[in-house]
Design a protein around this ligand. Structure first.
Ligand code: MD6
Ligand code: FE
Length: 200
């Protein structure tokens, strides 16, 4: 059984695959460069009007937020342009990581790319905008380390801290699919995160 820094057991449905993407990390950073050259990172605004501290872009079906709400779109609502296609290297990585975590048959159709500069964070939330909750979320960490927070199905449930480093992949699905999660403020450097999802 996997356990966090303090020996707390991971809940069923959560897996941390240490270094799973390390061998292809340079290729993934190149993909981020290519996607963001076409669809630049920006700090999207929540429906409540607050700019998110992590900057975002997408490939394939894209997760967006603006005053109209949170949703998946084929086009960037700001530019009207389709998000760049989801590169095969991301489809393959998502499928392999999903399978390694017990979710055989997972095929992502979208990738949200987050960039965390110093101080950027992600508050506790559930990923509820996807159409198929039987598919897991595959989250790839690149660049600077961060503390990933993983709680339970209620916001008030205890939260475990998982240090995620360059090349680590965290997968959650099944009984953990709707768990609250977030990211503590990045202390130094720049962190990228790829979240591979089945949006539809
Ligand atoms: C991370 N991101 O950046 C985790 N979820 O490590 C998320 O959990 C996330 O960035 C939903 C929507 C946008 C996100
Ligand atoms: Fe999330």
């Amino acid at each position: 059984m996997q356990a966090d820094l303090f020996g707390v057991a991971y809940p069923p449905g959560l897996a941390a695959l240490r270094g799973f993407a390390l061998a292809e990390a340079e290729a993934l950073l190149a993909v981020i460069g290519q996607v963001s050259a076409v669809a630049p990172f920006r700090n999207m605004v929540t429906p409540g009007g607050h700019a998110m501290s992590a900057a975002m872009t997408n490939a394939g079906l894209g997760w967006v937020t603006d005053r109209k709400g949170y949703r998946y779109t084929a086009e960037d609502p700001e530019s009207g342009a389709r998000w760049p296609d989801l590169p095969e290297v991301l489809v393959g990585l998502g499928a392999r990581a999903g399978a390694a975590a017990g979710f055989a048959g997972f095929t992502p159709d979208g990738c949200l790319i987050n960039r965390y500069d110093v101080g950027a964070k992600m508050g506790l939330h559930q990923d509820i905008n996807e159409g198929d909750m039987s598919a897991p979320i595959v989250s790839v960490s690149l660049g600077a380390p961060a503390v990933f927070l993983f709680g339970g199905l209620k916001r008030s449930d205890p939260v475990m801290k998982i240090v995620v480093e360059h090349g680590d992949v965290v997968v959650w699905g099944g009984p953990a699919r709707l768990a609250y999660h977030g990211v503590m403020p990045v202390k130094a450097g720049v962190r990228y995160n790829l979240t591979l999802r089945k949006a539809l």
